[in-house]
Design a protein around this ligand. Sequence first.
Ligand code: GLA
Length: 386
Amino acid sequence: MIETVRNIFIELYGDREDIRTYFAPGRVNLIGEHTDYNGGHVFPCAISFGTYAAAAKRSDRKLRFYSVNIKGGVTECSLDDFRPLDDKSWTAYPKGVMWAMAERGMKMDCGLDVVIGGDIPAGAGLSSSASLEVLTGVMLRDLYGFELSNQDIALIGQYSENNYNGLKCGIMDQFASAMGKKDHAIFLDTSDLDFQYVPFVLKDEVLIITNTNKKHSLTNSAYNDRRRECGEALEDLKKAVSIDSLCDLSPEEFRKHSGAISDPVCLRRAHHAVYENQRTLDGVEALEKGDLEAFGKLMNESHVSLRDDYEVSCEELDILAETAWKIPGVIGSRMTGGGFGGCTVSIVKKEYEDIFCRTVGETYLEKVGYDCTFYVVSPGSGPEVF
Ligand code: GLA
C-alpha cells in the first residue's frame, strides 16, 4: 500500500524529492467497550491494517487530497477554509486535525498535496477514522515541525472528531492507533490516561476478527445518545454519591446507589459501564495470571451486556457471537468497537480455526443472506514515518 500511495502521488502531482510517507494503524478492542467516555478502562491493541499517506508541502495555501479507496478524484480546498460540523466528506478527518492543531496554535504556514490509502475494511468499526486522524497528526508533525508526542496526537484526533466531525467519541481509538506496540495490548485508564502495555501473544490460539459486512456509521447515530444517557445517569448519581464519572463506582457501590437513577434506560446504560469497567480490570488480571479461559468468559459477558443493557449490538453481531459461543475451541467472542454493525473479536484455539470459520461463515450466510469476512490478526505497532 505504501508503494501504491507513493506511485499515485507521483502520477497525480508529479515526482518530487521531498515526498514523505506515513502509516497509522487501526485497532481492535479486546474488552472495555463504551467505558472510555465514562472514565473507565479499555484494553485495545493496534492492528496491522491501517492508513497510509504520501505527502509533500506546497508553496501556496492550497490543500489537495486524493483517496485511493474513495472515488472522487482530487479534492482541492484552502488552508483558510475549515467548516467545523459542516463538512461531510472524508477529507473532513484530515482537515479536522489541521483545524484542531491550528486551534492550539500550530498553524500550517503553507498547503499540502497528499494521497491517502488504507487497508482497513470500510465501516468495519476498526477505527479507520481514528487511524486517519493519527496519520494526519504524524504527517503534520513531521512536515511542519510541530512539537507533539504521540499521546498529544491522539488527544488532538479525539478533539477534532468531537468538534469538527461531531462524534462525541472517547479517547480509545486514537490512543490505540497512536500508542500501539507490537505484541502488546494497551491497558488504559481513560480517567487520567495512565496506561500499561500488556504482552498479548497467543501461543495455541488465534485472534480472529469477523466482519459482519454490515456498514455502520457512528456519526449522528445512537452513539451520541448513549453518551447523553450515561451523562444523565451520572447527574442523578451525583445527588447520592460524590463521583466524577460512572466508572468511579465499583459494582458494589453502584448497587448501593443505583436507585438514584430515575430513568430505567439510563440505569441500564450505567449498569453496563460500571460492570464493563470491572470486567476489563478482571480480564487484565486474568491475562496476567495466564488465565485465558477467564478472559474469554469475560469477553462473552461483555457481549451480553452490550446487547442487553447498552443495546449497541445488532442481529448480525449477535449471530456471529452466539454462533461462536457454541463452537468448541472458542475461548471468547464479542462485538468490538462502537457497535450497530462492524466486527466481532474472538479468541479461538488454533486447531479449531477452520471449524470456526466454516461454522460461523455458513450460519451467517444462511441467516443473514450474505457473507461475513474473517481476519486473523495480532497486536501491531503504532504510527510510522518511512
Ligand atoms: C467508538 C468510539 C470509542 C469508544 C468505542 C466503544 O469506537 O470511537 O471512543 O467509545 O466506540 O467502546
